[in-house]
Design a protein around this ligand. Structure first.
Ligand SMILES: *Cc1c(COP(=O)(O)O)cnc(C)c1O
Length: 361
């Protein structure tokens, strides 16, 4: 049969064809403050040890499909109760996909918005319904509206990013508990920024069977590894394990993550440095005329411009060698917002000097 490209595309679900691809901008030669990466390298000695370890890896062999050693190290490092289950993902992005893939057809996925775009992106890719409930103006949860939508839509999964991206704040603990207790389905508390926040729901997982806590090592300093984990009841994680692809965590990731957790004090210290840097940036940005800065419990800062256009400031910063994230068009944020990742002291200074100059001119 003679095929045309068009009739082949017609094989794909219309939702997929209607989606926009997740775009990552070119960052070559720029100071990269757009993606919440850890800016620090490892100490030389640690790097040498790691290279040695890598040279002993066997790329001709499949990795351990269950990544047993890594799982046991994660459990110890993060104090995961032995009664609970833990699933590994190729980044927490894959865990989002894994959970949503397991849902019944027609399920509703709910989250406060704006939030991490992958919840909606993955829901749509799988033909699920996504319902966003706007945050309040101070970026706190609108619990009343959420409870109404919960009642109306009976969401199978509610995502709560804690701290939230792109707003950088932690929601009130009581509000989150209220949502967990009202939920007719699962609640996934996404703690991607946990290394920079003082709070966590990990210890509540044992109390609420509907609660899953998701973490990633990406923001901690291992974004290149692609490793996330999800903690929940064993009955739920056992089901998710069935659809997890057997070798989703490659040998280099397994070895490197274990090595990094053996040196967790290095990562921990880097996170502390970033928290200190964040506080200094928040102070200086608050003093700058022409912008208003929002509180942050994460390794990034959201700010809005009073009279300038975000697109122009974004372009001028890029011209000055700094890549941040332009949030123009993100529903639920003030119209002219930029998001900047906390970098090293010198990167942050460069960014803030440039920003100050641009706003003055
Ligand atoms: C960055 C981010 C993730 C993605 O983490 P990966 O493990 O790199 O896939 C998940 N959730 C939130 C809220 C994020 O900001």
């Amino acid at each position: 049969m003679k095929q045309t490209e068009e009739n082949l595309l017609a094989l794909l679900r219309p939702e997929v064809q209607a989606m926009n691809a997740y775009r990552v901008p070119e960052s070559l030669g720029l100071i990269k403050l757009d993606a919440m990466e850890n800016p620090y390298a490892w100490p030389d000695k640690m790097k040498q040890e790691w290279l040695q370890l890598m040279s002993e890896a066997e790329p001709n062999r499949y990795p351990d499909p269950a990544a047993k050693q890594l799982v046991s190290q994660l459990r110890t490092s993060f104090g995961v109760d032995s009664a609970l289950g833990l699933v590994l993902g190729n980044g927490s992005d894959e865990l989002i996909q894994l959970v949503l893939m397991a849902l019944c057809e027609g399920s509703v996925v709910m989250a406060p918005t704006p939030t991490f775009v992958m919840y909606q992106h993955v829901a749509h890719s799988l033909g699920l319904v996504f319902t966003g409930v706007p945050l309040q103006n101070d970026f706190s949860l609108d619990v009343t509206s959420m409870l109404k939508v919960i009642e109306r839509d009976r969401p199978a999964v509610i995502f709560l990013a804690y701290p939230n991206n792109p707003t950088a704040n932690l929601f009130s603990e009581q509000d989150v508990v209220q949502i967990i207790e009202a939920a007719p389905g699962l609640v996934i508390v996404d703690e991607a920024y946990q290394p920079f926040a003082k709070k966590s729901f990990l210890e509540a997982v044992i109390k609420y069977p509907q609660l899953l806590v998701m973490r990633t090592v990406s923001k901690l300093g291992l974004a290149g590894l692609r490793l996330g984990y999800l903690v929940g009841t064993k009955s739920m994680t056992d089901q998710l394990e069935k659809i997890r692809l057997p070798y989703n965590i490659n040998i280099f990731t397994q070895l490197t993550a274990r090595f990094a957790f053996d040196h967790s004090e290095v990562l921990q210290q880097q996170a502390e440095q970033l928290c200190e840097q964040r506080e200094q940036m928040l102070k200086r940005l608050a003093d700058l005329k022409g912008l208003s800065v929002f509180p942050s419990d994460a390794n990034f800062i959201l700010f809005s411009l009073v009279s300038a256009k975000a697109a122009q400031i974004f372009a001028a910063l890029k011209e000055a060698g700094v890549l941040v994230k332009n949030m123009t068009g993100v529903e639920g944020l003030p119209a002219q917002c930029l998001r900047v990742t906390v970098g090293t002291e010198s990167q942050n200074k460069l960014f803030m000097d440039a920003l100050e100059n641009i706003l003055k001119s």
